[in-house]
Design a protein around this ligand. Structure first.
Ligand code: SAH
Length: 371
């Protein structure tokens, strides 16, 4: 079916002639329409729609994406207070600034009391969801976390708690869910096992990651997955596989952001991912998963001062300001120049609200559950 859409074709005498641009455009519109109608594309179609994208197809896509997001969530933008609880990590992901072997990383961990203080401050500021994120740090046992979850829930009835603490066993996930955790973020990072092996040491396996994600879904969490855009070695085919995997998992949340190098990692000199491609992917994901909670991520805001606005205008509906204690923020350094003050900070919420208001959307005080 896509034969006539190839970038080149041969005339009757066998000479290669360029396909007119409008045929490529026609293909883009058809693929976007098909995605809108059927909520899925084949691997080949994903590759086509990504490789032949351009400014006009982006406008077309984002207009559809906004229409869908507004049909499901109106003009509301949900906020999550991000509390970075630990920079200790037993893992050694090649891209991440807090990887185990980065001797230069400054390590800290927050106690349950520190975390409770953050949630108190967050609640006062209008946050109704708290995201506890950190490296894989053995300090946070199930007992400690269950006790903490119960305390957060009793101090702030009606709030939602999201955990983003890496891989754990199904039993652990279940105990945390029963103690009050509502959601869990665990990006799959890449759905291709060869690419996964380029980004992680051999003891970390894509299969384990996927098993965790399916376990979280079985237990009843609202689950978030996702990947970095432009991570070293990533191909368009890998991105197509990421989109197919997301379709299969059908998560309630999808976090994607551009890869950004961290100078003290093996990928310190690799180029950063593209904001433009990230935003295009946000639009595509909105069409594929109409109800998904889709953040305009910190990494997007770090690479482009307008990144979050661009994300929202492409179909994103969540932002996650930083609610960590100011003294530790710089130490949670996943990549270089990570935003953590200014409008990225929870205490500057009014400035963020204003910016979002200017593009026609409204920050709401709400748990912001999946609909
Ligand atoms: N330990 C938790 C949290 C990881 S940090 C876990 O394993 O899920 C959250 C996300 O930050 C990661 O999933 C990864 O996709 C992203 N990240 C890490 N290093 C990055 C970098 N250099 N550039 C962009 N994003 C990065």
């Amino acid at each position: 079916m896509l034969d006539y859409l190839r970038k080149e074709c041969r005339d009757s005498t066998g000479f290669v002639v360029p396909v007119p641009d409008r045929m490529i455009m026609q293909e883009q519109y058809e693929l976007i329409d098909k995605l809108l109608e059927t909520r899925e594309l084949s691997k080949e179609e994903w590759i086509q729609v990504l490789e032949n994208r351009n400014a006009a197809s982006a406008d077309y896509l984002f207009e559809k994406a906004r229409r869908i997001r507004e049909a499901v969530y109106g003009k509301d933008v949900y906020i999550r207070g991000l509390i970075e609880i630990s920079s200790y990590c037993k893992n050694n992901c090649y891209y991440c600034g807090i990887r185990r072997d980065n001797r230069k990383a400054e390590r800290y961990r927050l106690t349950p009391e520190d975390i409770l203080r953050c949630t108190d401050e967050g609640w006062r500021l209008g946050f109704r969801t708290f995201v506890l994120q950190g490296g894989e740090d053995g300090y946070y046992t199930d007992d400690l976390l269950c006790d903490l979850l119960e305390k957060i829930k009793s101090r702030h009835p009606g709030c939602a708690v999201t955990l983003s603490l890496g891989e754990r066993g199904e039993k652990s996930f279940r105990r945390l869910f029963e103690a009050g955790a509502d959601r869990y973020l665990l990006r799959h990072e890449t759905a291709d096992s060869n690419h996964y092996a380029m980004l992680h040491p051999p003891e970390q396996r894509l299969e384990t990651r996927k098993e965790c994600l399916f376990a979280l879904k079985r237990i009843g969490y609202q689950v978030g997955s996702g990947f970095m855009v432009g991570s070293p070695g990533q191909t368009t085919e890998n991105l197509a596989e990421d989109l197919l995997f997301l379709k299969e998992l059908n998560p309630q949340m999808v976090g994607i952001g551009p890869f950004i190098p961290h100078h003290d990692t093996p990928f310190g000199t690799c180029p950063a991912g593209s904001v433009e491609l990230t935003v295009y992917l946000l639009g595509l994901i909105r069409l594929m998963l109409p109800h998904v909670l889709l953040p305009a991520t910190t990494a997007l805001g770090t690479l482009d001062p307008q990144g979050r606005e661009k994300g929202i205008l492409a179909g994103a509906n969540v932002v996650m300001p930083n609610l960590s204690p100011v003294a530790v923020r710089k130490k949670y350094s996943l990549y270089d120049n990570k935003l953590c003050t200014g409008e990225e900070a929870a205490e500057s919420l009014s400035a963020l609200k204003e910016r979002i208001h200017r593009i026609g959307y409204t920050v709401v005080i709400d748990r912001g559950d999946y609909r």
